[in-house]
Design a protein. Structure first.
Length: 72
């Protein structure tokens, strides 16, 4: 999955939940930020393995990465 498909997934989820796409993205980004605080080496390795352009992976980058891992 690429980030464009992940964005469509976020849009679909927002519609299903009756909230804005930005609300869904924001909630996922909060969860990502909290999860990235884990001091566990396995968790840190996981977050470092996700290709991302900014300081932390976006919701779309995480969704696309996990979808690809699960698919393989």
């Amino acid at each position: 999955m690429d980030t464009a498909k992940a964005k469509k997934t976020l849009k679909k989820l927002a519609k299903q939940k009756g909230v804005s796409e930005e609300t869904v993205r924001h909630e996922i980004e909060i969860a990502i930020a909290e999860a990235m605080k884990s001091p566990k080496p396995q968790a840190q390795a996981f977050w470092k393995s996700i290709p991302h352009k900014g300081e932390q992976p976006t919701a779309e980058e995480v969704i696309a990465y996990i979808a690809n891992v699960v698919k393989d």
